[in-house]
Design a protein around this ligand. Sequence first.
Ligand SMILES: Nc1ncnc2c1ncn2[C@@H]1O[C@H](COP(=O)(O)OP(=O)(O)OP(=O)(O)O)[C@@H](O)[C@H]1O
Length: 765
Amino acid sequence: MNSEKAIEIKVEDHSSVGFQNILSIQIQKDLVGAALFSCRSGTLKVLENTKENDDFGFCQALLRQEIPDIIITNDRDEQLIKVLDKRIPIVEHTPTVVVKPQIEYNTVSGNGRLLAYTAHLVPKQEDTSKRDEANASQWVYSIIGNNCSVSLGSVGALLLYLQTAGIEKNKFSSERKLILKLERLSVLPFLQISFESMQALHIFSDEKHPNMHITSKGKKEGISIFGLLNTTKTPSGKRTLQTWMLRPLQDIDIINYRVKNVQMLLEFNFIEKKLRFYKTLPNIKKIEKSIDSLWMFPSLNDWQTILKIYDNVNEDTLRAIGNIIVKTIDFESSYTEGRTVVKPNISSELDKLNHIYDGLGSFLTEVAQEQSQDIPDYLTETMTVVYFPQLGYLISFDKQKLEQISQQDTVLDTWTKQFTTNEKVYYKNPRMYELDEFLGDIHAHIVDREIEIIQGLKQDVRTHNEYFIELNSYIAEFDCLLAFASAAYENGWKKPLFTDSTDLIIKNGKHPLLEILLGSFIPNSTNLCLPKKLGVGFCMSETDTTSERSIQNLNPRNNSNMMVITGANFSGKSIYAKQVALIVYMSQIGSYVPAESAEIGLVDRIETKIKAIDSLSERQSTFVHDLQQVSLAIRDSTSRSLIILDEFGKGTIHNDGLSLFYALVHYFATLDGERPKTIFTTHLHEVYELAVADGISDLIQWKYMSISGALNEKDYAKENLVFLYKLKEGVSSNSFAFSCALKAGVPIEVIEDAENYKNRMLNSS
Ligand SMILES: Nc1ncnc2c1ncn2[C@@H]1O[C@H](COP(=O)(O)OP(=O)(O)OP(=O)(O)O)[C@@H](O)[C@H]1O
């Protein structure tokens, strides 16, 4: 397909594009960027940059889901064009593919066009002076997310296409009001999890995230879930694991397939046997390289590697491939000769040459005897006739003996001296030239013929390329499953159980990275279930002497899928929220999970606003950025979504932050039936009183992270403040910030001052 032809198609189709789905797609490096416009609804959907594999599995899932009528792509990626320019299986629909020049896929102009075409959708601000570009772009990115650089190029090309095809004028009266709705594009069967969420959860270490354009060759994977899981042995296994981790699933069949295979590996005690497995396939790491080498210069080791697969896998195609290799290559002689030697009976011509070459020794002895007739006796005893590949046939004498010859009685003057070594002198005489002519460079002939035969063997083996690709992907998949099984075995993780419900029940869950970093980790459970019936709510315990208000036994239902966690600084709130998200994430890539048990109703998206683990984080969220993430959370969530908001509302004036946070809690708590699972962590404990006042407190699970030793804020100087990291029912009203400050080494005088300021503020309010 060339671009001119494509443009013709586009012009022909103008009149009929009115109610079509138009997809614009490109791949940069290995990231897919796409935008879809529905002419019927006026909706523009934009995809977050998503990693693609050699198999174009993601693109194909996208095509199957959206069934576009027209696909626009750029002329740079021929492979992609081939994939797009096909009938979409299952739905049996063939889209029209329009190839555009690369220049139309520019990110900066795509961004400009998107802002221009969505300007009318940006909510009006009271202060109209604020309706500037920054405001518009904040709004746009709060919808499509921040990781869309490749997709912006696709948006640009799409909008240009719509403009030149005249669609905007046909269907909508006002130019540039073509887009009626802007949305994020998510592709089933994949779980939606944003770039930021992945970063905050340390799925990949920041510096080596495969979604980044930074080349980080040589850098070690930092502390990350990928680093923890990646014990793969093959390069393709590692790539497959990256893809699995970039694209957690919603498809229960694939998830169960992976999880059950991990279970099988563990049950068969495969991990302990894995060393044996790697011995059986010692070159597993090299299989991919060896198969690739068939397109270039396979070494003997490469052939051996391919043969090892054949030796170990009892399968027809492999047996056929192995047979031709075994029949053709003489490995023993190859190793001694240092080249790939072909066995007898493969080529009669080669056999003949070998026959001559093998008999060459005795033949040359005969020639030496015959030539010695013309040589003085005292020289004949050191004379030999030899053959050197490339140099041909030569007569050699001992150098010492030769120096005894007087000029007049030698025939050697008529011979041509070729070269001298420390011990020998080499000549050619007419008979040697005759042998060169008659026998030729026999070794070179043999080698040439062998190269031809090995070339043929390569061709034969390469006809099974499809098979090798499939085999390679099986090996890669197996490598990943083995890595999952290893991680489960090493860390004592358990098999998740998937249910049809939207509930999430985790018994004694742990944060997989923190557990390793800290050595010992306090597990906590989670029970996020939709309320089955309304309960009576709870009240504060009268006997409560601690700053945490215990609500034990007073919340009879305790089956809300909304949780608000309060607690002191550094008491483990964020880690708990992350561990819940990670357990869900890990289960939906098909891994075992760090918990005693986990019942998981499949999640369709994980949305987070979480601070990263401080020491590992390079990014600081701004309040606006937090709001964008919250906006994404509200907009797209379903009852299958999991939303984690960590300390939302703290980046602004206390009362504003509290009001926004409470409004959010209220919004989710009163959402009819289909509300997502939510975990909020906060220091804004006043939210509880507000919820009680509004009568919605019993729609929420109120939890706090317990500590011991300090009964109230004034006890900050006590040495015995201990974080228990145990999640309990109730609300904590103190941050124990002063105690934390003291523990962190802030001088006591400063803390005492702080306490005085606090008292002054309390008295004046
Ligand atoms: N379950 C746990 N077991 C052991 N240690 C833990 C646990 N949870 C957290 N920690 C430790 O406590 C530290 C602080 O945890 P985290 O960041 O979750 O606190 P936080 O309550 O969110 O703090 P802040 O409110 O100040 O943001 C962690 O870095 C870790 O060292």
